[in-house]
Design a binder for this molecule. Structure first.
Ligand SMILES: Cc1ncc(COP(=O)(O)O)c(C=O)c1O
Length: 406
């Protein structure tokens, strides 16, 4: 099987960004969460020179709000907003106010479907708010991911099926004392997944802040890994906004998926939502989704310049590249860099997308080593060994940390 497939649509659909009317409240809310700080933005100077581009930035989400992935940004904001909408109208959106509003001991609960990271974020929110939590995962989920969700105090149920079956199962839990916090959408269920997408915007605002502080140029090319497409929709919406406010031009945007869960690429080719049939066996667990989010899809379609489906081998190779740069990444986390590498290997496609020695690329390492067993087998070292060697490797590879503490 080929190790990548690139699809460049010839016809662009109209831009349909998801607007965020409540950005200031969202930022304040994220800052009110325990352990909030802007995650690092790294400039990989040696890798950029070797790749023939002017710059590569990596936003490193290996640790976000005490968890090993970016997903808590969406899970936390969507949970807060759902509580305000359904249980406690008019309360201010801070953790303390939410906790106080829920102190009625009605044994309320959160429920979520996940392939790992989103569910752990919802479970952490439930723990912070003293709520019960049920998380549904697809068969084949790594034991370490299940144990991580349980460590937050949630009950985990393994559903015999794909991630999409798990989503359907979790939706059945909704009742007057249970809020379903899903990162994907279906007919009649849009508010919460929209808030998940809005929650991710905090990350891109941090990128803007770090670049502005360092006097560095905005990205010309953006690579975003996708499962249901909510994260890609957040990236596209953010950069559409900055173009409208005249700060920068919209970056060329490339969506990256696993080869056997390439539902967005297929949907783009068919010009309508199209399923990538299971089983989805990629080790890029966070991206193993057979169906796009109905809410995210028009935004993704209107803002994506190319779709790249990659093999697991490419994701593993990108994990090794990132480790050499002093970064710990999981399979889904490294997928965006793997997409850049696949594009660089196809000169005609790279040229078509204007990727050259003037380009400045942004990728997000969306997770740390969420499957340490596979990390060890792919890199022949522990995540901790990568972390311990990070300083020396970053110096050797001329990696610059652009974050406030960097
Ligand atoms: C680490 C990681 N990266 C990227 C994604 C993709 O996000 P989305 O499903 O919104 O496309 C996920 C989703 O779970 C994830 O866990």
């Amino acid at each position: 099987m080929a190790d990548s497939r690139i699809y460049i649509p010839t016809r662009r659909r109209p831009a349909q960004p998801i607007n965020d009317g409540d950005a200031a409240a969202r930022r304040d809310f994220h800052r009110s969460l325990p352990g909030y700080r802007a995650t690092p933005l790294l400039q990989l100077r040696s890798l950029a020179a070797e790749s023939g581009v002017a710059g590569i930035y990596v936003k490193d989400e290996a640790e976000r709000l005490g968890l090993p992935a970016f997903k808590m940004l969406g899970a936390s904001w969507a949970t807060a907003r759902a509580i305000q909408r359904d249980w406690a109208p008019d309360i201010p959106l801070t953790l303390d106010a939410l906790r106080a509003a829920l102190a009625d001991r009605l044994r309320r609960r959160l429920a979520a479907a996940t392939d790992g990271n989103h569910g752990r974020g919802v479970a952490r929110m439930a723990a912070l708010l003293d709520l019960d939590c049920d998380v549904f995962v697809p068969a084949g989920t790594a034991d370490s991911r299940i144990a991580d969700i349980e460590s937050e105090g949630a009950r985990v149920t393994v559903v015999d099926g794909t991630y999409d079956d798990t989503v359907r199962r979790s939706a059945e839990e909704a009742d007057e004392r249970t809020l379903v916090i899903s990162d994907t959408s279906w007919p009649g269920y849009l508010d919460t997944p929209r808030d998940v997408i809005r929650g991710y915007a905090t990350m891109f605002e941090e990128v803007d802040d770090a670049l502005a502080r360092s006097g560095l140029p905005a990205p010309t090319h953006l690579f975003v890994q996708a499962g249901v497409g909510a994260f890609a929709a957040a990236a596209i919406s953010h950069y559409d906004d900055s173009r409208r406010s005249g700060n920068s031009r919209r970056p060329t945007t490339v969506v990256v998926e696993p080869i056997d869960a390439d539902c967005l690429l297929r949907s783009a080719e068919n010009d309508e939502v199209t399923e990538a049939p299971g089983p989805h066996r990629s080790t890029m667990a966070g991206l193993n989704c057979g169906l796009p989010s109905l809410l995210a899809w028009p935004t993704v379609q209107g803002g994506t310049d190319a779709y790249i489906a990659i093999s697991d081998g490419r994701a593993h190779s990108a994990m090794r590249t990132l480790a050499t740069e002093g970064l710990v990444s999981g399979e889904s986390g490294a997928a965006a860099l793997a997409g850049l590498q696949a594009l660089l290997d196809d000169r005609a496609a790279a040229e078509q997308l204007g990727l050259d020695d003037t380009s400045v690329v942004l990728v997000v390492n969306t997770e740390g080593a969420t499957d340490p067993v596979n990390y060890r087998s792919q890199l022949a070292e522990d995540p901790q060994a990568t972390r311990d060697a990070a300083h020396v490797r970053r110096q050797a590879r001329r990696v610059i940390d652009l974050s406030p503490e960097g």
